[in-house]
Write a protein of this length. Structure first.
Length: 280
């Protein structure tokens, strides 16, 4: 695989979508053969040329094919320059695969797919599980910020409780955060299991939206659907209104009382969005 292919992919992405001012963009990964899907598994830092695929973990540096004034050439041994992550996945973490393989605890795979998560999404998001330790019986969903792990959500599949890592700051964490920076519409939901069945165009604020979440969403220059849980109707509507006042093309998407976006089939989810878009 030639690194100039990455350069070409990035050039055409930037030409089409802009992004010169962003720290990270997401493009399709040519290594795992997903360069032409909307999934964009690969984070690319435009200033340093560092790239990282969340799906196949391919990483490295590429040289931009055309010199741009903001282009900074990579240092001699760039991989050693990458800061060590401060947050890591639990020691007992095991990745789930697209299909259960020998040794996989099938309960976890059944739980995730039973929640309407597409098997490909499992791999794209790096979802895994812990059979032992503090996170025993937990599904673990990594929260990526560019190629860096900013935390993870651990959900116990037996008692349905959530477990959090020490020092985890929910109010500044977001599932699928990189999606804020491209120009595809996104749907803001509360929980990761509301977002995962409707991946990749969903971001989850991991509860009720915080002040920091609102600031981030207000910086979006694209359509933002707000679809919090059915019981948070007023909050959901208020967030869409706040964003609209700030100049964001935001649309409130109603959810029935007692229901969450994660309860909806993908078809029902798309229908709700379509209906909300058609409201005058
Ligand atoms: Zn890849």
């Amino acid at each position: 695989m030639s690194k100039s292919l990455i350069a070409d992919i990035v050039e055409s992405f930037v030409e089409e979508h802009g992004g010169d001012d962003r720290d990270w963009i997401r493009v399709g990964c040519p290594w795992c053969g997903h360069e032409n899907t909307s999934k964009r598994n690969m984070s690319v830092a435009l200033k340093t040329g560092y790239f990282y695929c969340h799906r196949c973990q391919e990483k490295g540096f590429y040289k931009r094919s055309k010199a741009k004034e903001w282009y900074v050439p990579p240092v001699d041994n760039p991989l050693s320059e990458i800061p060590k992550p401060t947050i890591t996945l639990p020691d007992e973490f095991q990745p789930l695969s697209e299909r259960p393989v020998a040794g996989t605890d099938i309960r976890f795979w059944n739980y995730v797919t039973g929640r309407g998560v597409h098997p490909e999404t499992i791999v794209d998001c790096g979802i895994g599980y812990c059979q032992f330790g503090f996170y025993r019986d937990c599904i673990v969903v990594p929260l990526w910020d560019g190629p860096n792990l900013s935390g993870f959500v651990a959900r116990n599949i037996v008692d349905r409780s959530y477990r959090y890592q020490k020092g985890f700051k929910r109010e500044i964490s977001m599932f699928n955060k990189d999606r804020l920076w491209d120009d595809d519409p996104i749907v803001v939901v509360e929980g990761v299991f509301d977002a995962l069945p409707h991946y990749p165009h969903t971001v989850a604020v991991l509860g009720k939206p915080s002040h920091e979440h609102k600031k981030l969403l207000a910086s979006c220059r694209k359509r933002v659907y707000v679809m919090l849980d059915g019981d948070a109707k007023a909050e959901s509507w208020a967030l869409a209104t706040l964003l609209r006042v700030g100049g964001v093309d935001a649309i409130y998407v109603p959810v029935a009382p007692g229901k969450d976006p994660g309860d909806a089939s993908h078809e029902e989810f798309l229908q709700a969005i379509q209906q909300a878009s058609n409201q005058p």
